[in-house]
Design a protein. Structure first.
Length: 183
């Protein structure tokens, strides 16, 4: 009997790896990544991961979760990350295009994400567990940044820059035209 695997099923979880001092070895957790959900691969999670509404940002639990996600993001992507407003971690990307592309790709992996300028925002909460939501957020960032650096063609990245420049020009042009009509 042949078993058929649903390609839309969430990807299996990678086994946890640890450094000699007992910390999670985020930088060496994965041997490879499957195709991103945006390109027809399975999403990382079966359900959408968000941070929720309540955040005691002063709690030790919240601070520990933020610290581990920030450490993991740096290890898997090389990008700096910091605590942002409650429920969010801000990741500084190399360009607004990178932040936008990562946010869109991470959303398709079933992890809430957004961007503002060159900053990518991913969720955090005191209730996140190391082997659950923390790992999910870091894995989504790892998959998408790996794809951005290793697989997204340069001409696609240049087209995204051009698209942003055209949008900015269009906005300025509309401003000029509206200003002339009101004179």
């Amino acid at each position: 009997m042949t078993t058929i695997t649903d390609p839309r099923a969430p990807m299996p979880s990678a086994p946890m790896r640890y450094t000699p001092d007992g910390n999670v070895d985020w930088g060496n957790m994965w041997d490879s990544f499957c195709v991103l959900a945006r390109d027809g691969g399975p999403p990382h999670r079966a359900t959408l991961l968000a941070s929720g509404a309540e955040h005691d940002i002063g709690s030790a639990a919240y601070q520990q979760v933020v610290q581990e996600i920030v450490r993991g993001i740096a290890a898997v992507s090389g990008l700096p990350a910091v605590a942002a407003e409650p429920g969010w971690i801000a990741v500084r990307c190399h360009s607004p295009e990178m932040a936008r592309w990562l946010a869109e790709a991470i959303e398709l992996e079933n992890v809430v994400a957004r961007y503002e300028g060159d900053r990518l925002f991913v969720p955090t909460a005191a209730s996140f567990t190391l082997k659950g939501e923390i790992k999910n957020v870091i894995t989504a960032v790892a998959k998408t940044t790996h794809y951005w650096w290793e697989h997204l063609p340069s001409d696609v990245k240049r087209a995204m820059v051009f698209e942003r420049q055209i949008g900015a020009f269009t906005t300025r042009l509309r401003g000029w035209l509206v200003g002339e009509r009101s004179m």
